[in-house]
Design a protein around this ligand. Structure first.
Ligand code: NAP
Length: 277
């Protein structure tokens, strides 16, 4: 597995597994645990979760999947904005740790900007880091003006990643957010990297993928992974999807592929506010 080195020195795998939608139905539990374990076996050791997913249910699934193999995985979880106060974020993290069955989260993110002051959230994150409960902290759904503001807060520039919506059909971040993050050494975690499977129906994408002898999902992931400072976290409950996604790492994206993809999915021509799912 390839890695990016975060400003904290941590090595984050560039391709991982999302967990949104896991932990919502008890009857799917065993299947979801098995999928995560199969993903880890395939080398997809970065796991992205959040206290929001299944209201703690997804973190419990992750906890069960990584039991006995915590050291193999790189764990990312997120705090709800309404829990992100000085005291609230610490209590929320403790609850997440319990559900995850571990004593540390590798990177802990603010899920999106809410009513709490950034200075308070960062102060809580600093305390968690000092106490060894998290390896580092980051944000999610932060646009470039949010990042500027964050950088002015004490401890804000220790943020190690920004998790945002980014895929071939959502390229707005390329205008200013991605360049800003690159300049400041903040890798982006691209969420919904295959647009929740909606982009797989694109005839242009299918045609280009077929020409390369890969699947549409693989080409979409390889395009993200080709870029500096971009990490992708597709979610897959099916083992054949996991296998397919893991193999995206072996695909070399050529200049011709890039040109054809730019033609089919044009880069932004002006600034657009960051989109969210
Ligand atoms: P996604 O990863 O773009 O798409 C997931 C969907 O694609 C699932 O229905 C999955 O089906 C299907 N799929 C996966 N691999 C496939 C393949 N090779 N071929 C065909 N279909 C495939 O969407 P997402 O779940 O929204 O995003 C990924 C993760 O990002 C989330 O799970 C979550 O961890 C994170 N996220 C974060 C935020 C945020 O605000 N920070 C927002 C959204 C998402 P199966 O499950 O049936 O395999």
């Amino acid at each position: 597995m390839r890695h990016v080195t975060l400003s904290s020195g941590q090595k984050m795998p560039v391709l991982g597994q999302g967990t949104w939608g896991f932990g919502e139905r008890g009857k799917d539990r065993a299947e979801e645990v098995a999928a995560l374990r199969a993903g880890i076996d395939l080398g997809l050791t970065l796991i992205d979760t959040a206290e929001m997913y299944g209201e703690g249910g997804a973190e419990e699934i992750v906890g069960e999947a990584i039991a006995g193999r915590r050291d193999e995985v790189f764990l990312v979880s997120k705090v709800y904005p309404h829990n992100a106060s000085r005291k609230g974020a610490i209590a929320a993290c403790e609850r997440s740790l319990k559900r995850l069955g571990t004593d540390r989260i590798d990177v802990y993110l603010l899920h999106w900007r809410g009513g709490e002051k950034l200075v308070d959230t960062i102060a809580a994150f600093e305390t968690l880091r000092r106490d060894g409960k998290i390896g580092s902290y980051g944000v999610s759904n932060f646009d470039s003006d949010d990042m500027e503001e964050l950088w002015r807060v004490s401890g804000g520039s220790a943020t190690t990643t920004n998790q945002v919506l980014y895929n071939l059909t959502r390229r707005g971040v390329e205008w200013d957010l991605l360049p800003w993050c690159r300049e400041h050494g903040v890798p982006i975690m691209a969420y919904s990297p295959i647009e929740q499977a909606r982009m797989l129906g694109s005839s242009e994408l299918k045609k280009l993928a077929e020409k390369r002898g890969v699947t549409a999902a693989q080409l979409a992931l390889a395009w993200l992974l080709h870029q500096d400072g971009v990490i992708a976290i597709p979610k897959a409950g099916r083992v054949d999807h996991l296998r397919e996604n893991a193999a995206a790492l072996t695909i070399t994206v050529t200049k011709d592929d890039l040109a054809a993809l730019d033609h089919a999915f044009p880069p932004p021509k002006k600034r657009k506010p960051l989109e969210m799912l």
